[in-house]
Design a protein around this ligand. Sequence first.
Ligand code: BGC
Length: 417
Amino acid sequence: MHKFPPEFLWGTAASAYQTEGNNVNNDWHHYEQIEAKKPENKRKLAGICGQATMQWQNYEQDYDLAQKMGVKIHRLSIEWSRIFPTTDKPDEEALAIYKKQLVSLHQRGIKTMVCLHHFTIPIWVLQKGGFLNREYFLKQFQQYLEVVIPYLADEVDYWLPINEPNIVPSASYLIGMFPPYKKNIFQYLRVYRLMIEMHAAAYHVIKKYDKSAPVGVAFAYMHFQPFNAKNKWQQFLSYLSDKWANRIFFEAVVNGRWSFPLGWGAAAPEIKGTLDFTGLNYYTTLYLKNTGPVPFKKGDVITDMGWVVYPKGIYAILHQLFKITNKPIIVTENGTATTEESFRIDYYKSHLTEIHKAMSEGVPVKGYMAWSLTDNYEWQHAYSKKFGLISVDPISMERTLKKSGWWYKEVIENNGF
Ligand code: BGC
């Protein structure tokens, strides 16, 4: 049996846009309505977000089921465009609903982890150039931080300024997978740098109002490996990808340096030391061929996303992350898209086994968050991919704990499996 420490934080995670529903003031909504209808973009988005799981109205039901599973911590995000649907003043009602959600989690004995930015930005920021208009962006982001952080601080146990500061730049500006579908390495670097600045800005505002809650990041530390293990060029590509996708972030926030290619090594004192713990989002590995990345090899077990199931990757990354940061780690996302519950349970088991192994070798992993609490809007795939421990009927919005949810309940009860 894999036994976890008594204080281990078993958790679940979700994000605002993917669940709340009717978020009509952000960039994704804009792209869904306008851009995705253009023939050249159409095939890139499987559908619109629409009312999602109507979590905004139904959060009590979701948190009841989280409580039923015995969940110790839940991660949610705040939608910037809900707080500021327009540029001038915050929506007090929206703020109050977020606060109510946090209170209702606490009333159920569930700790809270709040993410301040999970992919989306307000339309009015997009209209001014979005991520590419650094000065305007940071000014407006600061305004949002100064409103939301002091208002919610009493009910937040852990803060995550940014979800995947490396994925927004790569998915949206390097590989053209997310809107605005750009493939431009200079824009990738600009946006990556901006996301690090956003992280640090949030860290400082949090510390101004909340001295006690730890601040982390939900980082998609990508695991790369050569397609052919002995190929020297592919080994070099793996090394370079690790550096350019992952390590440059920690060079900045841990060591306070803009290392190449984000910069030429200049000091960034305002960024340095802005991490109390590291949140890791992990799903898969990427094989690198001479011609570029491929998601799986013939014979690999793959998920409904077409990603290889590769639990050893999380083991390697946990060791690596601890070496780089020397900070406690919380797995802030891990899970699989599948309609087969036994597949989902096996996925969780195999990854938790590797996490347990890393912990037994001294890596301080303090918690684990299953992605996701409920089935939800999976970005470009819309509702076709099922990541949830709970299913949601798209018409009645009725929630049902899946087999994996019952299994997770048992794991939490026994503090292991
Ligand atoms: C994101 C989630 C997403 C999940 C599965 C992560 O990169 O943070 O929003 O649903 O991956 O694709």
